[in-house]
Design a binder for this molecule. Structure first.
Ligand code: NAP
Length: 305
């Protein structure tokens, strides 16, 4: 029994837990893996207001300790099902550990996972040249050649951002047409240090212990080409994991929970925060902000029960 059950112990979920506890309510956080979410893989955070530089692990640990220090309970079990009892207004959450927890409100802060290429050594080189976040890691490649893989807005914006301070950007995309905005594409075409590598896929990662190149294979000719780069930014989309909760929260076609800046869902008492919801800016700061908004909305909702 808790006042608010928070699903996910990433920056959004832990921020929500802090705000719930400080509002005098009891927060129970359910986490399937480890605390911290995606940020735990970031070598260095330099864009969180008020903190010049901190590792993702240190940041996540500080957040976790702050939530626990305030009295939040964290249970490392995967939330598998939410049942909404319309009569009592209570929510029942069943976990992989076979437990059922009950609360007046639930905050879904399940995050989103970056889609991976699924090629050899991708996991091993993550943090050693391979990155899924240009805004987090781009500054480490100042003056160096890098590649960006993808054809959506994220890839185009990443390439534009990196073109500002990297010596050379190879924009690798698997076809000719881009999903990303034509205006951004046009800006990229004006950049002298951006080379488009189209109809190509990344098939091999080179370098030991750090990335020093990639092999791209032309989809039409089958020819391989080696690009000497220190960084590879993979921006091929994200995958949310909200299917298990679509009975209580409406999802968009991509699987994100439909919610605006107030973090409410279509079900009273079910809130959402962070990367798992529909939004345009998925950053550490916006995740933390959502956590606060969702927590305070959940506490206000409890007052009405
Ligand atoms: P996205 O729009 O889904 O684009 C993913 C790109 O990766 C596509 O070009 C896709 O190629 C490619 N791709 C997918 N799987 C691949 C694979 N296995 N190998 C190689 N390439 C692969 O993802 P996103 O760019 O992250 O954007 C997600 C959403 O956020 C979009 O709605 C986007 O508009 C939005 N967004 C908005 C802004 C903004 O408003 N400023 C900024 C960033 C993102 P194909 O095109 O061939 O399928």
């Amino acid at each position: 029994m808790a006042d608010v059950i928070i699903i996910g112990a990433g920056p959004a979920g832990l921020s929500a837990a802090i705000y719930v506890q400080r509002a005098g309510r009891a927060a129970l956080v359910l986490e399937a893996m480890t605390y911290g979410g995606q940020i735990i893989n970031t070598p260095e955070i330099e864009n969180y207001p008020g903190i010049q530089s901190i590792s993702g692990f240190e940041f996540a640990t500080a957040l976790y300790q702050q939530a626990v220090g305030l009295g939040a309970e964290i249970v490392f079990e995967r939330a598998e099902k939410i049942e909404d009892d319309a009569d009592t207004g209570m929510k029942k959450v069943t976990t992989s550990g076979g437990n059922t927890f009950t609360a007046g409100a639930v905050i879904l802060a399940t995050g989103a996972k970056n889609r991976h290429l699924g090629i050899d050594r991708e996991e091993e080189l993550t943090g050693f040249g391979v990155s899924y976040c240009a805004t987090c890691d781009g500054a480490f490649f100042k003056g160096k050649p890098v590649a960006v893989n993808g054809g959506g807005n994220t890839a185009l914006e990443d390439a534009l951002f990196l073109a500002g301070y990297c010596s050379k950007i190879y924009l690798i995309h698997r076809r000719e047409g881009f999903r990303g905005e034509p205006a951004v594409l046009e800006k990229l075409r004006q950049k002298e240090n951006v080379e488009f590598v189209l109809n190509a896929t990344v098939t091999e990662l080179l370098g030991e212990p750090k990335l020093n190149g990639v092999i791209v294979t032309d989809k039409n000719t089958g020819e391989d080409r080696e690009l000497q780069v220190d960084g590879l930014f993979i921006a091929i989309g994200q995958t949310p994991e909200n299917k298990a909760f679509d009975n209580v929260a409406e999802l968009d076609p991509a699987g994100y929970i439909i919610a605006g800046e107030d973090c409410t869902t279509n079900t009273p008492g079910i809130f959402t925060a962070g990367d798992c919801r529909t939004k345009t800016v998925r950053q550490l700061t916006t995740a933390a902000s959502d956590g606060a908004v969702a927590a305070l909305a959940a506490c206000s909702y409890l007052d009405t029960l």
